[in-house]
Write a protein that binds this ligand. Structure first.
Ligand SMILES: C[S@@+](CC[C@H](N)C(=O)[O-])C[C@H]1O[C@@H](n2cnc3c(N)ncnc32)[C@H](O)[C@@H]1O
Length: 285
């Protein structure tokens, strides 16, 4: 094992400290074109690893997610990134230790150790998947390859990016109830496609087609408020229906939905938005 696998390797600026199946990391250059400093706040109700947030580093933001372990992890990292990193790299990365940590119930741990367990499992599980069984217990096997940890500096950088974030542990509608005129909203919901097998088991209740309908109602509400939004979504009947109501763009991406080889092949992705997209040049100006 290389030293950097043990203590972490410094990554390009803007990288999240978490791995996330379904993360839109590859779409960041396209998504960044929608953001501008004119917005008062960045709002992401399906945060996951919040890769766009860490890339943009907005001064004010709201991050929400139904995954309470994830939100607790963000809070604990923000409080003391160095301690989290120190404790993380001290845990052996082998099969026996992984399954010991996986077997621990988060409810029996203090909130700092819960966050440590979350980050340890996130970095050492198969493809950065977060999946639980019907009892809500994390059940992803150990990964086949050892992903190197981010460095202590990266943990500190992520903690400082989170300095003034308001966190909402809960449904997207709750996060969106905080939105005000002048905010920018990026929505990256789990895929709720019923016609083919996709990775959408983020929690006890999977994201379903009825949630997409709720989302559509929320988008209309945001638009009426004069709030700009962008949704990223895989090509499917529901996405096409949504895209028909707003500005939209469809493009080809290499998707890495964990474990299912069919989803490693290129597939279409939608960006659905209500604002005018800016050129790459004006976005970086
Ligand atoms: C595709 S992932 C988001 C990935 C994220 N854009 C990133 O950069 O990693 C979708 C996220 O939505 C969360 N989620 C699922 N159902 C939700 C709901 N009803 N409300 C809010 N978040 C939800 C999941 O826990 C998961 O973290």
């Amino acid at each position: 094992m290389k030293l950097e696998d043990l203590v972490g390797r410094e990554r390009p600026q803007g990288r999240s400290f978490l791995r996330w199946a379904g993360s839109k990391r590859k779409l960041i250059p396209k998504l960044e074109r929608f953001w501008s400093e004119k917005y008062s706040r960045y709002v992401e109700p399906f945060a996951g690893s919040a890769c766009l947030f860490f890339s943009l580093k907005p001064k004010m933001a709201i991050l929400g997610d139904t995954n309470v372990e994830l939100i607790n992890t963000y809070l604990v990292l923000r409080e003391n990134p160095e301690r989290m990193h120190r404790r993380l790299v001290a845990i052996p990365r082998d099969k026996k230790t992984y399954y010991q940590w996986r077997a621990k119930s988060p409810m029996d741990l203090d909130r700092e150790t819960r966050a440590l367990r979350f980050v340890y499992l996130n970095h050492n599980c198969f493809n950065g998947i977060y999946r639980t069984n019907v009892k809500g217990q994390f059940n992803v096997p150990i990964g086949t390859k050892l992903a190197s940890y981010l460095s202590r500096n990266d943990f500190a950088r992520c903690a400082s990016a989170l300095a003034s974030v308001k966190f909402v542990p809960g449904d997207f509608a709750e996060t969106l109830s905080n939105v005000e005129k002048g905010d920018f909203v990026y929505l990256d919901p789990p895929y709720a496609v019923s016609s083919r097998r996709v990775f959408r088991e983020y929690g006890i209740k999977p994201f379903g087609v009825e949630d997409i309908e709720r989302l559509s109602v929320e988008l209309n509400r945001l638009h009426k408020m004069g709030v700009d939004f962008v949704v990223s979504y895989a090509d499917c009947r529901e996405a096409r229906k949504l895209a028909g109501q707003w500005n939209s763009e469809k493009f080809l991406v290499q998707r890495h939905i964990a474990g299912f080889s069919a989803h490693r092949t290129p597939s279409f992705e939608w960006m659905i938005y209500n604002s005018a997209k800016r050129s790459v040049a004006s976005a970086s100006a």
